[in-house]
Write a protein that binds this ligand. Structure first.
Ligand code: NAP
Length: 340
């Protein structure tokens, strides 16, 4: 079985020795929950449109819709198994009786049961890239990564990844077993990963998979305040999108829109192009995974991978990251920056 897809997007190796993937992936999370109403027919059409646009890395996790997202994309993955590079994640526990509860589990017994549950929901016999979604500092990292490495030996997983780890944690993990990719938030207004994580990944030949590269949609100008979102939209709980922070942050979108107008492209494309260009700045492989539920976004987002911003445009966008009001999570212990 080969995952080396024929892709319209340029392809890159996802970490040293990792699979070849289109240089932009697809985040499937919103197809199940968090960002407003979902539509299964449109979601499935979006998966097909992504593949047609040259996307081969498809990103899900066991918690997205509490298993729903893995079940949703499973038939698509199976139908295109040779082309799709399937990434999923474990570590975040939820409770049916408390929708806001989030626990973090990194212990080997949990990892062993989580992978089997994901394989069952996806209906596949191997996961191409298996991420630890969050770090529980109470469990020695060598124990967790050791358990993940055993899944590679058992043939259940091909490559390992980590999400929201610090640079030091990435180095420690990579010494136990090669890590193909680190997935963390990275965008024009979430740049804390540049402190330690990006440099460690570059040095170790680990690919960076930026999640929320569109700032959860905010950088596209599609909403300016969480009040405009559905009542159950997860972004209502995020400090950047409410109250005075939202007003301050909405003003930061203006230079993105200015560049977009001058170039005849969309704000989403400018925000995504900036993320892609960090590969050259920091000398590492960068494969952003913008999320969408709509097939109409696919060609637009894919085109951003080959849009090059000029030095003057980059300079105009540079101040945004330093001026953002509010943390990217209400509880920053949920992020790598909270442990740096
Ligand atoms: N590892 C982690 O902890 C973690 C955390 C969060 C997310 N993720 C992964 O990363 C993926 C992407 O992150 P994300 O979904 O949080 O944020 P994102 O990609 O920054 O933004 C997604 C939002 O932008 C909108 N959007 C997409 N393309 C657009 C365009 N061209 N113009 C205007 N709006 C556009 C989407 O709405 P529509 O659906 O209406 O297009 C959606 O509301 C997720 O799907 C998930 O797989 C991982």
């Amino acid at each position: 079985m080969s995952n080396e897809a024929t892709s319209k997007l340029p392809t890159v190796e996802l970490g040293t020795g990792g699979p070849l993937v289109g240089v932009q992936g697809l985040g499937c999370m919103g197809m199940s929950e968090f960002y407003g109403p979902t539509d299964t027919t449109e979601a499935l059409a979006t998966l097909d449109a992504a593949l047609a646009a040259g996307v081969t890395l498809f990103d899900t996790a066991d918690i997205y819709g509490s298993g729903h997202n893995e079940e949703l994309i499973g038939p698509f993955v199976r139908a295109h198994r040779e082309q799709v590079v399937l990434a999923t994640k474990f570590a975040i526990e939820r409770r049916a009786d408390d929708p806001t509860y989030r626990g973090v589990r990194n212990d080997p017994a949990y990892i062993r049961s989580a992978v089997d549950a994901s394989l069952r929901r996806l209906g596949v016999d191997v996961i191409d890239l298996y991420y630890m979604h969050r770090r529980d500092p109470q469990v020695p990292l060598a124990e967790s990564v050791g358990a993940m490495a055993e899944l590679v030996t058992a043939g259940k997983v091909k490559h390992l990844g980590l999400s929201e780890v610090t640079g030091a944690e990435l180095r420690e993990a990579h010494a136990v077993h090669p890590i193909a990719a680190v997935q963390s938030e990275w965008s024009l207004f979430s740049r804390d990963v540049e402190r330690t994580v990006v440099g460690a990944a570059a040095e170790l030949g680990i690919a960076f998979v930026p999640y929320s590269p569109l700032g959860r949609g905010f950088l596209t100008g599609s909403f300016a305040n969480a009040d405009q979102l559905a009542a159950d939209d997860f972004r209502r709980s995020m400090p950047r999108f409410t109250g005075p922070n939202a007003a301050a942050n909405a003003a930061l979108v203006a230079p993105i829109q200015q560049v977009a107008e001058e170039r005849g492209v969309t704000a989403a494309q400018v925000a995504l192009a900036w993320v892609h260009q960090q590969a050259e700045v920091h000398k590492l492989v960068v494969v952003p995974i913008p999320g969408t539920r709509k097939r109409t976004r696919l060609a637009e987002n894919a085109a951003a991978a080959t849009l090059t911003l000029t030095a003057a445009e980059l300079a105009l966008l540079e101040p945004i990251g330093g001026e953002v009001a509010g943390n990217r999570y209400a509880d920053m212990s949920f992020s790598s920056a909270g442990r740096e």
